[in-house]
Write a protein that binds this ligand. Sequence first.
Ligand code: UD1
Ligand code: CA
Length: 475
Amino acid sequence: MKPRKPVSVIILAAGQGTRMRSKLVKVLHAVGGRAMVLYPVDLALAIAKDPHRIAVVMGHQAERVKEIVSGADVCTVVQTRRLGTGHAVAQAQTVFQGRRGNEWRKQRFLVLSGDTPLLTEATVRDMLALHERQEAAITVLTAHLDRPAGYGRVVRGGQGYVSRIVEDRDATPDERRLTEINAGTYVIEGDFLFPALTDLKPTNVQKEFYLTDIVSAAVRQGKAVAAYLADNPVEVMGINTRRELAEAERLVRARIRGRLMAQGVTFLAPETSFVDADVTIGQDTIIHPHTTLEGHTKIGEDCVIRSHTRIVDSVLGQGVAILDGCVIEGSRLDERCTIGPFAHLRPGTIIRRAAKVGNFVELKKADLGVGSKANHLTYLGDATIGTRVNIGAGTITCNYDGAHKHHTVIGDEVFVGSDVSFVAPVRIGKGVVIGAGSVVTEDVPAGALIVGRARQVVKPGWVKSRREKAKGGKH
Ligand code: UD1
Ligand code: CA
């Protein structure tokens, strides 16, 4: 068998997506918590392996698109005027010139659309295999849809061979009744592709250079055109409107949960939990109804996430319990700690092993030591708290003086009574005991007891004597 040709990938992402009615370019709209364009980028990386074999064609808001795809290190080119999908592909030619200027002749191209996030690697691999078997110049991904409106239709000739693709807007009423659609995904031989693009004519309703016209060009040149019919029509879904975006969102979220369940995660009401594509969850973790897990969150094994909780870009160790109604952002929670109900952990927070954060507690850039507890009505900001510290109900770090933020340091095994204010910057030594209601303004050495509040005044019999004085006054 002759060695396979290397596959390069061109991703079309220059269009604005007018039908979205958005200020944001279509391919940057999020599906499953990440920009739509990243789905074909991931697929391209899986197929081509080398990011330098991948070109993303950008146009509208190119700078923003470039920023999003830059993490993958792929090549980008700008299509300055949006003259159609054929024109867009032609812009990528420069990326594949190589040293001799015509490297593209020896390559095989996979063309992906930036607006088709549900396409799977398995389908693309099958399609590449079919292309190879049939020694085709071009292989088109197609699907039968119950509602094909809006898509280009695949027109087949007498013996069932693909003869051309006609756009919905250019189609005759008979052609519009065809249910086999063009998914906008192609495998094309480089030596056929780029010369064919130079021959395109914008003789259609939209006056654009259609990539789809190279199908009939191949047929005219006597080249083999193959069609790979997708088993699952859902995969080919292109997103052009907000309705389609919502539908893709639903499907991608279901896929993510399906994958996690296959990995051993329990969802009590899967359709009510929203998990972003990049979230990972360990085995035997239980996700209760109405939960949202976002960004690059990583959750360990044997955790429980109760209802109405939102976790963003956070890392949870093993056996962590998040009770109802918590918001957790940019935080690290070590094994066996318990959070909530109704706690807010803001960015920069670290909760160490077996520590507890309870009802109506807010933390920001705070490090709560191993086994320490802040169980009720507390704010800890810009604070470092040692191990086995008890933070009494209603305790607050006064970290902001109106101009600057200051730090509070609380040593190991400190006992903080209820309703204590730490006026930062302030440092509390190991094992200190702080009386309830104290306002702590000065550093405290290890082992001390401090009570920093107004002394209680008791006047025995005061109420009765006031009443008598009042009576006397009336006579
Ligand atoms: C295209 C196909 C259609 C197919 C459908 C599948 C053509 C002419 N039509 O139609 O047969 O059924 O996809 O989803 O190819 N783009 C550019 N530059 C341009 C124009 C478009 O980069 O000048 C990009 C868009 O950003 C988008 C992709 O190409 O990611 C497809 O463009 P779009 O306008 O959505 O094409 P459709 O009308 O959906
Ligand atoms: Ca489209």
